[in-house]
Ligand binder design. Structure first.
Ligand SMILES: [Mn+2]
Length: 363
């Protein structure tokens, strides 16, 4: 697996930010995901840290607390500078951005900092870098695909192993803890988001948080979870019926829901190839669900079919009803159709799909 390719990333980012001489990122108490994208850092928090991105290189202005951590992760075109005082920081920023055309990641930078940068360094213009980052990050390089693939394989294995831990009377929270533990033992660097576990009726709520609800025979068990591997996320959902009885009418209904979702997912995945619009992939799954069993599940698929995954679980545009964007090789997008019936339950099946030059690959 090759390492972080800084220069390729910079080329892509600046392609759609032609007017900018430098991009400035600021981690506040939260780390800007674009900081992880350009640095590839696997360790360190880098709170209240500025990063100056130029066409040829990235410069992280680290304080003494994290300088050594940063320095040890320097690569080609990625430098870590030790900044010991705010005076030193101002001087570095002065020479890098003052009276220049700069770009900031506007959705992320708090307004107070945006205004202070404008006042102190008087850039000739401030562009928004967010779109450029989003577009660059949509197309993954081999290193990124390798990281996502590892994360996916961890989560898929955890999804298989969790089934034998299901016991009547256990709570959603207990199962979620066991899931996270399995995932960690399989090599996850941390969950991509809080593991979602839904039993029975709770499966009707796509973003349900694990509760004290107890598992009963014949319940839906829906688990939506992800792992991180070197900052890159997976996002995989599985639904099954716990000790279902096929002679029972409710179990039969649950199987019909499951099979409809599974078919919708297979049809949508089968259509993925470069040049197709995101909305068309969504429509294939939505039409299948709406038309199944004479319209029994019409309108019960209540979200977009999928989103890009990468450094963030929701990493950019994907397969939504309004996605005009054509899909391209190197994108990794989830395909996650669902059927949700209030008071009864729900089914969602989610996999992460790499768009290849000829078609697609299920990771
Ligand atoms: Mn998802």
């Amino acid at each position: 697996m090759k390492g972080n390719q800084v220069s390729q990333k910079l080329k892509r980012i600046f392609t759609s930010l032609k007017g900018a001489q430098a991009i400035l990122l600021l981690n506040t108490n939260y780390r800007d995901p674009n900081f992880l994208y350009v640095t590839g850092f696997k360790s360190g928090i880098f709170e209240m840290t500025f990063t100056i991105i130029k066409r040829g290189e990235v410069e992280v202005l680290a304080n003494e607390l994290e300088y050594a951590t940063g320095k040890s992760q320097e690569t080609r075109n990625l430098k870590v500078l030790k900044i010991s005082s705010s005076k030193q920081q101002r001087a570095r920023l002065q020479s890098a951005i003052a009276k220049k055309s700069i770009a900031l990641n506007e959705p992320f930078i708090p307004y107070t900092y945006w205004a202070a940068i404008k006042k102190r360094y008087k850039p000739t213009s401030i562009l928004d870098a967010s779109q450029a980052f989003e577009e660059a990050r949509l197309i993954k390089d081999d290193y990124e695909i390798g990281c996502i693939s590892r994360a996916v394989s961890i989560t898929k294995r955890a999804q298989e192993q969790i089934r034998k831990h299901c016991r009547i009377g256990m709570s959603e929270k207990e199962l979620a803890d066991i899931f996270d533990d399995i995932s960690s033992k399989l090599g996850s660097h941390g969950p991509s988001f809080e593991t979602i576990v839904c039993f029975g009726k709770n499966a009707a709520y796509p973003h349900h948080f694990p509760s004290d609800a107890r598992l009963k025979r014949g319940d839906f068990v829906l688990i939506d979870a992800g792992a991180k591997f070197n900052n890159y996320c997976s996002d995989i959902t599985r639904t099954f019926i716990f000790e279902g009885d096929s002679h029972n009418a409710k179990s039969k209904e649950k199987m019909d829901m499951y099979n409809t979702v599974k078919e919708a997912q297979q049809l949508a995945i089968g259509a993925i190839k470069p040049g197709v619009k995101g909305k068309d992939i969504h429509k294939i799954a939505a039409d299948h669900i709406d038309g199944a069993f004479g319209g029994r599940y019409k309108g019960k698929f209540i979200h977009s079919l999928g989103h890009s995954v990468g450094i963030e679980v929701h990493d950019g545009a994907g397969f939504s009803p309004g996605a005009e964007q054509e899909i391209k090789p190197g994108m990794v997008i989830t395909v996650e159709p669902g059927i949700y019936i209030e008071g009864f339950g729900g089914v969602r099946i989610e996999d992460d799909i790499l768009v290849t030059r000829k078609g697609h690959k299920v990771l």
